[in-house]
Design a protein around this ligand. Structure first.
Ligand SMILES: Nc1ncnc2c1ncn2[C@@H]1O[C@H](COP(=O)(O)OP(=O)(O)OP(=O)(O)O)[C@@H](O)[C@H]1O
Ligand SMILES: [Mg+2]
Length: 358
């Protein structure tokens, strides 16, 4: 499935609130200043610790109802395979920052290691650890190609916590590594890799610590940000922050402020899908930024792209409103990409920002 990144002639389609937002933003920041800020991220050394995931899209078309069961039978058409999870995060960051190191977990059964290595950018250095039992995680979606609709998903996964001897190997590897990096980014998909001991080995030793705890079908309610202490930057989506606060219906700004305070984080960004984002910071500032997307192909991975780009911006000291602006500009590009087919590239981001502000 091809997708094109559309930049031009869309400003007219924006709602009036977005136009007003951009007019105000334009008064405060200019394009060349944002470009040089993004350029300044080049030398940041980034360590990424997170679960590796292979995403598969199996395209099909419905033929009709089975005569023997209450289901629709589909004809297989084609498939695409993508490096997702922490692999996708590493690829996003690698366009912004020169030095990227990834520490991640594969499975000994069906490790997919050569596919993964071929699909990581050349400046991503890797330390792969292997779970004895179980495969590298694969999330396979069956997609109705013409309607671009996901029909069914099956995961190949063993999400029990890794055993003590593997945990020790990982901690022995991480302990000397963590202080060498300007930013440590934990991308916790809650699939059994990042144990409490692993996190404790990182916490306190990272110069700047950024975390995303992903809620997904395998871990809903079990992988909450509240298991972490004192991260500097946290990026979650709305349901992840609501679950952490155990508040389904309360005002999202109040929830965001409470969770930021409880975690003692400097910034918390809450992504809100088609409603953009809310950012809160240590001195009580609240930033609301709208989406800049006009063409949505696939939202899977958009939050990971938002997190990957905004964490280095936070680490470099960008203001809350600039972090949020960049996050939603990245989000607008990410939703035009099928799953994790390719990372959001810095040049595309700069081109897109250039179309939003002067
Ligand atoms: N439906 C949409 N329409 C427009 N923009 C979107 C949409 N969904 C996501 N975005 C953009 O992408 C950003 C992140 O998306 P979202 O809040 O869905 O993250 P997420 O749930 O963490 O996604 P994932 O975990 O799949 O990566 C949003 O802040 C927004 O800028
Ligand atoms: Mg997410």
């Amino acid at each position: 499935m091809e997708n094109t990144i559309l930049f031009n002639n869309f400003l007219d389609y924006y709602p009036i609130e977005t136009k007003k937002f951009l007019a105000n933003f334009n008064e405060k920041y200019d394009f060349s200043e944002i470009c040089s800020s993004l350029e300044s991220l080049r030398d940041l050394k980034v360590l990424i610790v997170g679960d590796g995931i292979v995403d598969e899209y199996h395209y099909c078309e419905p033929m009709g109802k089975s005569g023997k069961a209450n289901l629709i039978v589909n004809r297989y058409l084609d498939k695409e395979v993508f490096a997702g999870g922490a692999f996708a995060i590493a690829n996003h960051v690698s366009g912004l920052c020169k030095h990227v190191q990834l520490v991640t977990l594969l499975g000994k059964e069906n490790s997919r290691e050569s596919f993964i290595s071929e699909n990581l950018k050349p400046n991503v250095k890797t330390n792969f650890f292997y779970r004895e039992e179980g495969p590298t995680i694969v999330k396979r979606r069956y997609v109705h190609q013409y309607a671009n609709q996901k029909l069914f998903e099956i995961n190949f996964i063993d999400d029990r916590f890794i055993n003590a001897s593997l945990e020790k190997q990982i901690i022995d590897n991480l302990e000397p590594l963590v202080p060498q990096y300007d930013l440590v980014l934990i991308s916790d998909f809650g699939h059994g890799f990042i144990t409490e001991n692993i996190f404790r080995a990182i916490e306190g030793k990272a110069k700047v610590l950024a975390i995303n705890t992903q809620t997904n079908a395998a871990n809903a309610g079990y992988n909450l940000i509240t298991k972490y202490f004192n991260p500097n930057y946290v990026c979650l989506d709305e349901s992840e922050v609501r679950l952490a606060a155990q508040k389904k219906h309360s005002d999202i700004e109040e929830i965001a402020q409470k969770i930021r305070k409880d975690l003692n984080a400097n910034y918390l960004e809450v992504t809100l899908g088609k409603k953009g984002s809310i950012g809160v910071n240590y001195d009580g500032k609240i930033n609301r930024t709208p989406v800049f997307s006009t063409n949505v192909v696939d939202t899977i991975g958009a939050g990971d792209a938002f997190f990957s780009f905004t964490a280095p911006c936070f680490a470099k000291g960008f203001s809350l409103d600039l972090v949020s602006f960049i996050g939603n500009a990245v989000g607008a590009l990410a939703v035009q990409i099928v799953c994790n087919k390719k990372p959001v590239e810095k040049d595309d981001l700069i081109g897109f920002i250039n179309s939003l502000i002067k």
